[in-house]
Design a protein around this ligand. Structure first.
Ligand SMILES: NC(=O)c1ccc[n+]([C@@H]2O[C@H](COP(=O)([O-])OP(=O)(O)OC[C@H]3O[C@@H](n4cnc5c(N)ncnc54)[C@H](O)[C@@H]3O)[C@@H](O)[C@H]2O)c1
Length: 370
């Protein structure tokens, strides 16, 4: 199969659809890989690494789409890319269609078959989203510790403490994938860490896997008691399919010390603190009520090398199955892939996406894998 890896054109996106190692595995199986020049540079993979893996380097963005039938990307196509997609294309990437009718319509008009990473569901989990939560969770402790430094706007607390000085206090809201990684990293730095959760099974898991970290049932009063002593507050809650629950109001934020830090990872779902608003890597923080807010909506973008490798680790088996078997048979082999199908033959075929656009519900939900 002719497989295209375009360079991402979304501002500040440095990840790439496949690593050279994954490209090598596909070329070994007889597939033709077309990689746009410079596609991997932001992740530390030069063209020469792809050439060594057997890929052909293609100069133009349009050429990759014109020459390949299976397009593997990271982010959703931008407006300039809708017209490059044709009915024979199979697109495999993050899409988040429920957030944009314009994009959904653009993909429907293209006639392409579009499979979204974020809706591939296996055993109640979203395996192609998990690595990004892992990275964001681990990053939250690092950026939180950094911004606690006086020159970075913080109150000057070193999270680890030193002999004779107590460590800083970290509270993590939500002990899911991002939360457990935030807590693990903060505990590794030597901080005093508590996690607030609602799910009892999850709290048992956290309790046994993170010795030294305190688990607490998430209530407003528990949080109010903790806030005056918190140095770093990490927001990592998620209620699937819903806006993030707002656990900290502006009035509650005033309980925190001046110079303390909030990292609201859940900003992409609206944030779990009233004062959260999305920021970017080029201007990541702002101060509200004396608290430094770090609310970058695409945190893993800062560590593109790790993010690309982690993403390829989870997408590769699906990409390989599609390349070797075609989409229908790949779905038979890996049934979780079927839930990734969002748009095909000009129609929305994902119930989740269709629900987001009830005004367009005439678009067929039938023929999920036609
Ligand atoms: N900013 C970024 O770059 C970035 C990157 C990756 C993920 N995220 C976001 O991080 C958030 C967390 O993702 P995840 O993969 O860890 O989700 P997850 O489903 O693994 O974990 C969420 C946890 O929150 C808990 N929870 C729900 N309501 C709660 C409450 N009221 N109090 C305490 N806990 C509660 C759930 O029980 C669950 O354990 C999501 O909004 C996700 O989109 C952001």
């Amino acid at each position: 199969m002719n497989i295209g890896i375009p360079k991402e054109i979304k501002p500040q996106e440095q990840r790439v659809g496949l690593t050279p190692a994954a490209v090598q595995q596909l070329t070994n199986q007889g597939h033709h890989l077309l990689v746009e020049t410079g596609a991997g540079l932001g992740s530390g993979f030069p063209d020469s690494a792809y050439e060594k893996a057997g890929a052909v380097i293609v100069a133009g963005h349009e050429d990759v789409f014109a020459k390949a039938e299976f397009i593997i990307k990271v982010k959703e196509p931008l407006r300039a890319e809708y017209g490059l997609l044709r009915p024979h294309h199979l697109l495999f990437t993050y899409l988040h269609l429920a957030a944009s009718w314009e994009l959904t319509e653009g993909l429907m008009r293209s006639g392409a078959t579009c499979v979204a990473y974020e809706t591939v569901e296996a055993k109640g989990k979203l395996p192609l989203l998990e690595p990004m939560s892992e990275i964001a969770g681990r990053m939250s402790a690092l950026v939180g510790a950094y911004h606690l430094g006086g020159p970075h706007g913080g109150g000057g607390v070193l999270l680890s403490g030193v002999p004779g000085v107590a460590p800083g206090k970290v509270v993590v809201l939500g002990g899911g994938t991002a939360g457990v990684n935030a807590a693990r990293m903060a505990a590794g730095l030597g901080a005093d860490v508590s996690i607030l959760e609602l799910d009892h099974e999850r709290m048992r898991f956290l309790d046994t896997t993170l010795p030294g970290v305190t688990t607490l049932y998430s209530t407003e009063s528990a949080l109010r008691q903790l806030l005056p002593d918190v140095d770093l507050l990490v927001g990592a809650v998620l209620v699937p399919g819903a806006r993030a629950p707002r656990l900290v109001t502006r009035e509650m934020l005033r309980l925190m010390k001046p110079g303390s830090v909030l990292v609201d990872i859940a900003v992409d779902q609206g944030g779990c603190v009233e004062t959260t608003r999305p920021t970017t890597h080029s201007s990541p923080t702002y101060v509200e009520e004396g608290v430094v807010h770090y609310c970058v909506a695409n945190m893993p973008g800062a560590y593109a090398r790790t993010a690309t490798e982690a993403l390829t680790n989870v997408t590769y088996k699906y990409a390989e199955a599609i390349a070797n078997l075609g989409l229908d048979k790949a779905c038979d082999k890996l049934p979780s892939l079927a839930s990734g199908l969002n748009v095909a033959n000009g129609k929305i075929v994902s119930p989740v996406v269709a629900e987001a656009f009830p005004q367009h519900s005439a678009h067929s939900l039938a023929g999920l894998r036609q």
